[in-house]
Design a protein around this ligand. Sequence first.
Ligand SMILES: *Cc1c(COP(=O)(O)O)cnc(C)c1O
Length: 396
Amino acid sequence: MSIQNPVFIPGPTNMPDAIRKACDMATIDHRSPLFGDILHPCIAGVRKVLKSDDAHIFIFPSTGTGGWETALTNTLCAGDKVLAARNGMFSHRWIDMCERHGLDMHIVETPWGHGISADQYEEILKADKTHDIKVVLATHNETATGVKSDIAAIRRALDAAGHPAMLFVDGVSSIGSMDFRMDEWGVDIAVTGSQKGFMLPAGLAIIGFSEKAMHASKTAQLPRTFFSIDDMANGYAANAFPYTPPVGLMNGLKLSLELLEAEGLENVFARHTRIAEGVRRATAAWGLELCATAPEFYSDTVSAIRTPEGFNATDIVTHAAENYGMAFGVGLGEVAGKVFRIGHLGSLTDAMMLSGLGVAEMCMADLGLDIKQGSGVGAAQEFYRQGAASAKKAAA
Ligand SMILES: *Cc1c(COP(=O)(O)O)cnc(C)c1O
């Protein structure tokens, strides 16, 4: 098919034409002030999106995964103790990376569909009288299960325990789409990538470091070369990278940040909440349930929808691609075959979302599920008609 539908995978997300065009530019000298004119607005813009006054921002040619590695290798030594919760595929992968770097993991196994328990973190931190735990990891939005965790509550747990550990947050599928407050939540490292909330192709790891994390980098001994923040900071001081920067992508990021600011971050978040609530109403109208087990966990960027016992949820994704040219997300890891995912972040409108819901219900009916055509779409339409006012109420 030469005419393309929007994608409903939770990243990479749909790209506005203006951003695609901004990425497509003639070669410039990447060691000239011309590059500085792209780099410095990107750094300032990312800081605003993170809601931080003075975080040190680093942008690497990489993806979110490289952002995880940047966080770990620049701040820790082999054998350092790290506290993390595993509640989905992405938190699992970050834990796996920690283990491969020889870090000593304290893992809180958490049911997939639940958020991180700040109470459990607090208990563990209180018991760590000798302050061996150096870092607490938190995945803000578990993209595999459509589950949001309360980062402010995790900060309160650290404070209640009087524990000096740093807080590192994976915000790859939340930053730029859901409220994120680096300074207010006392986040020491925030990690994201280009291909989700920023509506760009994959290719950039975007990371914010607090002063405390910068300080930890002075004594960290894990090996890093490509991901060295010192080398990167030295490069920035000369309007450059320590190696060749992906100039077109960075030019796209500059525009993406301008677009987010023009819409207004709070409006961007409200739009995501409204679109997500329509998806949730559709899910309920289909008689299906989310993988997320309680409203406090509902993600505004991705919904993982459970299908009935004995039905392979992945068939919906395959069927949609083959018959309707539409992309949804498959279930990953523990929930493979049990859920399919609708990504609803980035460059998306209510009307685009209705097209996704319409195709999802056609697929489910084609595959023999008892889904009345129009039921989910109708529920979402009724909600979207009420407009932004009710979205604010639903979010409250
Ligand atoms: C997408 C994603 C990642 C991985 O990012 P890549 O860019 O694929 O390396 C990590 N964490 C979360 C929560 C994600 O959604």
